[in-house]
Design a protein around this ligand. Structure first.
Ligand SMILES: NC(=O)C1=CN([C@@H]2O[C@H](COP(=O)(O)OP(=O)(O)OC[C@H]3O[C@@H](n4cnc5c(N)ncnc54)[C@H](OP(=O)(O)O)[C@@H]3O)[C@@H](O)[C@H]2O)C=CC1
Ligand SMILES: O=CC(=O)O
Length: 325
């Protein structure tokens, strides 16, 4: 008999076909309050689940006694309680690398659009407010030859550094817990303390995972260190930043602007002060959202799922030191 798995996110038919060669698939294009009871019912005898964003914690796992593998279609796995999964011998996988270049493109888009105020100017032109002269008040800031500080020089951070170094002649500073020799050699990135990075950078880009150590990593103190002309970019997770402190920093002119793909609460509330600030460019958590990359991510997640259930090693297994169930 085929093993039963749940796919709880819309994926391409080719991904479903691949999984269905070896598994029986229960498919929810998305989970909502209407179909959640049905999902929980199916979970009772499911061996694998595949999707993204679902909080997989003790209370969910208590309702999934047969589960062997949880496959995220995302590189971030802050939605997973890894301790709980590992104690139960359940494998967890994510989708690193295949999205690096696409997310880096999104980040460069945020850097350029905040510095050159593209969304604001687009709205003016479309509203018929071009006028005869482009007044100085619509000027932006240069990106090329500036200093880019990357906090979290991993897969995505390195792809940003590559673009900034070769494409924009930027100087790269970075901060991690450990040195990234490759980024230093290939992109001339300079390792420095967080404080030095914040003080010296024209653009500060956060690209760490969300962990207990990185929650509110950037707060009041960090914004105070930044230049008044600094542009802050967050494409990691909203909770890595103290959103109240960010609002204050933008409001009070402590920093110049922000480009945000992620928010403390998603979808962001329509009355969030960040959304009414002209110096904020806001995106709806679409860092990796191209057809090509989302397909690669879903296929990698499916490959993990099938491998794990067939007793093979999933290619991107996170808790790979556990005694498997
Ligand atoms: N907006 C979007 O759509 C997307 C968001 N993301 C987010 O981006 C995150 C990063 O992805 P990716 O680049 O693939 O991950 P990587 O694991 O490749 O890189 C993360 C980097 O963060 C550093 N880091 C981790 N903890 C700390 C810390 N406490 N202080 C300083 N640096 C730290 C790591 O270095 P070291 O271990 O040496 O500290 C590493 O260099 C994901 O976890 C996800 O949350 C990812 C994809 C898309
Ligand atoms: O947020 C997206 C991810 O892949 O992580």
């Amino acid at each position: 008999m085929k093993l039963k798995v749940i796919v709880y996110k819309k994926v391409d038919q080719s991904v479903l076909d691949f999984i269905q060669k070896t598994c029986q698939v229960v498919y929810f294009e998305k989970l909502d309050s209407q179909n959640y009871p049905e999902f929980l019912h199916e979970l009772k005898d499911a061996q694998g689940i595949l999707g993204s964003g679902l909080k997989v914690d003790k209370s969910l796992l208590d309702q999934a006694p047969c589960l062997k593998i949880v496959c995220n279609i995302s590189v971030g796995y802050d939605n997973l309680d890894l301790t709980e999964l590992s104690e139960r011998g359940i494998m967890a996988t994510n989708t690193p690398e295949v999205l690096n270049e696409t997310v880096a493109d999104t980040i460069m888009g945020l850097i350029l659009s905040t510095a050159r105020r593209m969304p604001e100017l687009d709205q003016r032109v479309k509203a018929g407010q071009w006028g005869n002269n482009l007044a100085e008040k619509w000027f932006g800031l240069d990106v090329h030859h500036k200093v880019l500080g990357i906090i979290g020089m991993g897969g995505i951070g390195s792809a940003v550094a590559k673009r900034a170094h070769f494409g924009f002649d930027m100087d790269i500073l970075y901060h991690n817990r450990s040195r990234n020799d490759e980024a230093e050699q290939k992109y001339g990135a300079t390792y420095c303390s967080m404080e030095d990075l914040l003080k010296q950078s024209d653009f500060v880009c956060v690209m760490t995972p969300l962990t207990p150590q990185t929650e509110k990593l950037i707060g009041k103190r960090e914004f105070k260190f930044m230049k008044k002309t600094a542009i802050f970019i967050n494409c990691s997770r909203g909770k890595v930043v103290d959103e109240g402190a960010l609002i204050h920093a933008l409001d009070s002119g402590e920093i110049h602007a922000a480009g945000l793909d992620v928010f403390e609460k998603e979808p962001v509330n329509s009355d969030n002060p960040l959304l009414s600030m002209k110096n904020v460019v806001a995106l709806p958590h679409i860092g990796s959202a191209t057809y090509e990359t989302r397909l690669k991510m879903a296929m990698l997640a499916a490959t993990n799922l099938v491998a794990g259930l067939q007793g093979e090693i999933p290619p991107t297994w996170i808790n790979n030191r556990i005694q498997v169930k």
